[in-house]
Design a protein around this ligand. Sequence first.
Ligand SMILES: [Zn+2]
Length: 65
Amino acid sequence: MFICRNQPCGAEWQLADVLIKNEGQGLMFRCPMCGARNKVLRHDAPDGTITYEQDNSVPPKPAVK
Ligand SMILES: [Zn+2]
């Protein structure tokens, strides 16, 4: 599960709810609710399974309005 770190949004999303892509600063997803960008980490398992984990080490970037 991912949680939008843009306060006070804080919406929770499943992987299927968000689009993860690299926007030049690493992988991230845009919160469908507020548009904030939240960083994620990709993990490649030995069997080829790809999983994503939210990276909480950096603050989110609010959407430009
Ligand atoms: Zn949000």
